[in-house]
Write a protein that binds this ligand. Structure first.
Ligand code: NI
Length: 208
């Protein structure tokens, strides 16, 4: 009798779970279905992206208008990063080469979260190592912080466990895809294979 009760409960919970899953799916459909409407910046659109004021490796001022007219992949990191950033930039460079090989392209933007050490010169050499057309951006700490906040990117200066007296940066390792209208399209977790990113970008373009 007790066992039967428990089964009933489990069944009820499962049913509730399925209903919740269906509701969740409908809700996300609703949200995603509603998102493509043209809206002014910051109004009812995905909360990723927004205004930023930075400089590129040649010292030219760059802002969010650089996103207009082409698809972009935006990634925040720093040149001293021992692991995630080199891997990610290599992946993003591979995405760009793949797209270029089919007559397509994507703008890769690398924004440093360590403007203190990442000079324009250092950043220039660093991004060029992965691909000659990766855009490296930096700025004052305030400008970089504002840009990171616009993309909901977290970063923090912490003691480097490997080098006493030195620091390293903890930071979000997501890659943000922005459409030619400058708006958020998708994001990719660290080390997403280049072919997956290419596939998703191609799908997103086909879907409009
Ligand atoms: Ni990194």
């Amino acid at each position: 009798m007790k066992q039967r009760m428990d089964w009933t409960k489990i069944m009820l919970f499962s049913a509730a779970g399925i209903v919740a899953a269906i509701l969740g799916a409908s809700l996300s459909l609703l949200i995603f279905g509603a998102s493509p409407q043209p809206a002014a910046r910051g109004e009812g659109q995905a909360l990723i992206g927004g205004a930023f004021d930075l400089v590129d490796v040649d010292g030219a001022a760059r802002n969010e208008e650089m996103l207009l007219g082409e698809t972009s992949l935006v990634y925040f990191g720093f040149t001293y990063c021992p692991d995630f950033c080199p891997t990610e930039l290599a992946n993003l460079a591979a995405v760009k080469r793949r797209l270029q090989s089919t007559g397509d392209d994507v703008q890769i933007i690398f924004i440093t979260v360590d403007p203190e050490r990442d000079t324009k010169e250092l950043l220039k050499d660093y991004v060029a190592y992965f691909h000659e057309d990766i855009v490296g951006l930096t700025g004052s700490l305030d400008q970089v912080t504002a840009a990171a906040q616009a993309f909901r990117v977290y970063f923090e200066k912490v003691d480097d466990p490997d080098y006493p007296g030195e620091y390293t940066m903890n930071h979000t390792t997501l890659v943000y895809a922005m459409g030619p209208d400058g708006r958020y399209v998708a994001h990719f977790g660290a080390a997403t294979p280049p072919e997956t990113i290419v596939e998703e970008l191609t799908k997103a373009r086909a879907g409009g």
